[in-house]
Design a protein around this ligand. Structure first.
Ligand code: SF4
Length: 361
């Protein structure tokens, strides 16, 4: 694009964005704290799913100070259901660093922002441009796809060299007079018009600048990446129940350094969970092992519940849950006793939620 085309391109996209952008709750504010929370939530979560969490989270933790001071359990509880819990843990660590090093404020410089836990190049650029008007261009999968189509870039976009080129293109096209709006406009175009499948080129405000469209390559860009092969994992979970309808939850486990696909701590997202074991060979053998570990009497009534399915990145997990009625719940250090129906009041992963649901049904 020459200078005149670039000016026209920017004008078209910004005008479209200002007229048609979705009225999302985080767009009402330039508060870096709010923008930061929304950006982290949106990293692995769809907009519609993130909105209620965003609102509840801000109600409970209205500023950096409140987040930094909260018990981690409480932060995880407010995140419970969103998945990828390292995001919540990093949010709180970053809030604590902001209190310790930046007077409780989001730092204004790239170096300081990107050195906070959980804040990579993309998130730093998004927050600094939207909140402070810094001229930092964002590049994530959405924006990369848009740029690759505009420039008809072939090959795997995530390859280091190609990604760097895309970053340079993102910086070149960024409108320096409105970097925050510009970055959001690029993201909005990727989310609403230039979508991964069936992009709506007829409605695209910048279609006349698009090389992929001219060359008939829209459906071929970006090129498909080789998918990691799915791995099947089988687990057995014990829902011990006493006569009062209470069950036993084990505390968040620590993560092993080297993880296997069936590593229970990572599958329960290091959250509160039911006693669970990998059942690589036979679920009944794993069940017997659980009964032995928790010293359950051999004649305790047991019911096999419906199989639960869950996916964690490349792992397809099948869980065989068993409800085991006991007179007294096993005593385990650090564990908690909780009514089964109240499990959501505790920070648990979606996998644990699904098991609880199977037991309640
Ligand atoms: Fe994307 Fe189509 Fe617009 Fe090109 S014309 S940027 S492919 S929506």
């Amino acid at each position: 694009m020459n200078g005149t085309q670039l000016r026209e391109f920017r004008k078209q996209l910004l005008t479209w964005f200002r007229e048609f952008q979705r009225p999302l709750p985080w767009r009402k504010s330039r508060d870096p704290y709010r923008i930061w929370i929304s950006e982290i939530m949106l990293q692995q979560t769809r907009v519609a799913a993130a909105i209620p969490y965003y609102e509840r989270f801000l109600e409970r933790f209205p500023d950096v100070q409140a987040l930094a001071e909260a018990p981690q359990e409480e932060v995880l509880r407010m995140w419970s259901g969103l998945g990828y819990y390292s995001r919540a843990r990093n949010l709180q660590k970053a809030a604590q660093q902001m209190v310790a090093l930046h007077k409780g404020e989001f730092p204004h410089t790239w170096e300081a922002a990107s050195s906070l836990p959980g804040i990579g190049d993309y998130t730093a650029a998004a927050i600094l441009s939207i909140a402070f008007g810094e001229k930092d261009a964002v590049l994530d999968g959405n924006v990369a796809r848009v740029l690759a189509r505009l420039e008809a870039v072939r090959g795997d976009l995530r390859e280091t060299k190609r990604w760097r080129e895309l970053q340079k293109t993102a910086e070149k096209v960024l409108d320096p007079t409105a970097p925050g709006d510009w970055n959001q406009a690029m993201m909005e175009l990727g989310a609403m018009v230039c979508t991964p499948r069936s992009p709506q080129c007829l409605l695209c405000p910048v279609s006349r600048f698009c090389k992929a469209r001219k060359l008939g390559l829209v459906e071929r860009i970006p090129e498909k990446r080789a998918k990691r092969t799915a791995v099947e994992v089988t687990l057995v979970a014990a829902i011990f129940m006493n006569a009062r309808g209470e069950t036993l939850l084990l505390p968040p486990p620590s993560m092993a350094r080297k993880r296997d696909a069936d590593d229970v701590p990572s599958l329960v997202s290091r959250m509160w969970h039911f006693p669970t074991l990998s059942a690589a060979k036979d679920p009944l053998i794993a069940l017997r092992e659980l009964i032995r570990i928790f010293k359950i009497a051999g004649k305790a009534p047991m019911h096999a519940l419906c199989k639960v399915r869950h996916t964690v990145t490349y792992r397809k997990v099948s869980i065989f849950p068993f409800r085991i009625l006991v007179r007294k719940l096993p005593g385990v250090q650090g564990s908690q006793t909780i009514p089964l129906h109240a499990i959501s009041s505790c920070p648990v992963s979606n996998l644990t939620r699904k098991i609880a649901q199977a037991a309640l049904e």
